[in-house]
Design a protein around this ligand. Structure first.
Ligand code: NAD
Length: 248
C-alpha cells in the first residue's frame, strides 16, 4: 500500500486542480452505516423503497418513523473522522480545491473543508412541502410525525430522495469541476448511484488522474480509476497526509 500512497502524494503535488468525490464509506468510521455493506438501519429498511420520493409522498409519517428519525439520530451523534479531517488538511495544504459529496451528514464542513458541494442535499435542514420554508432539523419538533411547518405543510429533509432531480447548481458545478480537475480522489463510494458516479468518468475523459480509496473494488476499478488504494478512508488519509508532510 505504501507504494500507492507515495504515488498519490506525487500525483497531488504535481496537480494544479485536485478534487474529491466522496460517498457513504467515508462516514462509516463516524458510525454512519453505508447503503451497501453490513450494518444498522439499512438491514431492515430498503433504501430504494423508503428513500424514494413516491413512498414519502404517499405516507410521509411512515418514512419519518421508519427512516428519517433514526438517520437524524445517528447523524446528530456523528463527528468527523480522520478521512474527513484528512481531506480538510489537504485543502489547508493547498492540495485540494473542492469536495463533491453524495453524503447528507455535513461532516466535511464540520471537519473544516470550505468548498463542499452537496450533490444529494443534506439532513441538517427540513423544507416545507407547501410553502418551501426551511427549518434547522435540530429545531424541528418530532413529537408527532410527520412534523409540520407553521403553515401546516409537511416537513421533509432537504436531501434528494431517489426519483428526484439533483439540485441544478450542484450538478452544474460538479460537472465543471470534473472537467477542470487534473486529479480526482474517489473516496468511499460504490459508484452505483448516478449521476454522481458519472463524475469520475467525465474527469477521466477530460484527462484527470483518478485515485480510488476504498476497502473494496468498485465498477470504476480497473476501468476508470488509475489505481485503487485499498483500505479504510481514515487510515489511508492519515498515511497520505503523513507522506505529504514528510515530502516537505
Ligand atoms: P454505498 O453505501 O453504496 O457504498 C459505500 C462504499 O464505501 C462501498 O464501496 C464500501 O466498500 C466503501 N466503504 C466501506 N467502508 C469504508 C471505509 N471505512 N472507508 C472507505 N470506504 C468504505 O455509498 P454511496 O456510493 O455513497 O451511495 C449511497 C447513497 O446513499 C449516496 O447517494 C448517499 O447520498 C447516501 N447515503 C449517505 C450517507 C451519509 O450521508 N453518510 C449514508 C448512507 C447513504
Amino acid at each position: 500500500m505504501m507504494d500507492l500512497i507515495r504515488r498519490a502524494a506525487e500525483d497531488l503535488l504535481a496537480s494544479k486542480c485536485a478534487v474529491a468525490l466522496t460517498g457513504a464509506g467515508i462516514s462509516v468510521e463516524s458510525g454512519i452505516p453505508p447503503f451497501r455493506g453490513k450494518g444498522g438501519i439499512w438491514e431492515r429498511v430498503d433504501p430504494m423503497e423508503f428513500g424514494h420520493i413516491d413512498t414519502f409522498e404517499k405516507d410521509p409519517g411512515k418514512v419519518w418513523r421508519v427512516l428519517i428519525r433514526d438517520l437524524k439520530e445517528i447523524i446528530d451523534r456523528a463527528a468527523p473522522n480522520d478521512g474527513h479531517k484528512g481531506l480538510a488538511r489537504l485543502e489547508a495544504m493547498g492540495l485540494l480545491a473542492s469536495v463533491i459529496t453524495q453524503n447528507v451528514d455535513g461532516l466535511h464542513q464540520m471537519a473544516g473543508s470550505t468548498d463542499v458541494l452537496e450533490f444529494h442535499g443534506n439532513c441538517a435542514w427540513q423544507r416545507c412541502m407547501d410553502c418551501g420554508g426551511k427549518k434547522r432539523t435540530r429545531d424541528v419538533d418530532i413529537s408527532s410525525l410527520p412534523p409540520v411547518c407553521a403553515c401546516g405543510g409537511v416537513l421533509r429533509p432537504d436531501w434528494v430522495f431517489f426519483g428526484e432531480e439533483i439540485p441544478p447548481a450542484a450538478l452544474q458545478r460538479s460537472r465543471q469541476l470534473a472537467m477542470r480537475c487534473d486529479v480526482m480522489m474517489v473516496v468511499g463510494t460504490s459508484a452505483m448511484v448516478h449521476p454522481a458516479a458519472t463524475m469520475p468518468v467525465i474527469a477521466r475523459e477530460t484527462g484527470a488522474r483518478i485515485i480510488e480509496i476504498n476497502p473494496e473494488r468498485t465498477p470504476l476499478t480497473g476501468y476508470v480509476s488509475d489505481y485503487l488504494i485499498r483500505g479504510g478512508a481514515g487510515d489511508v488519509m492519515n498515511a497520505l497526509v503523513s507522506e505529504l508532510e514528510s515530502m516537505g
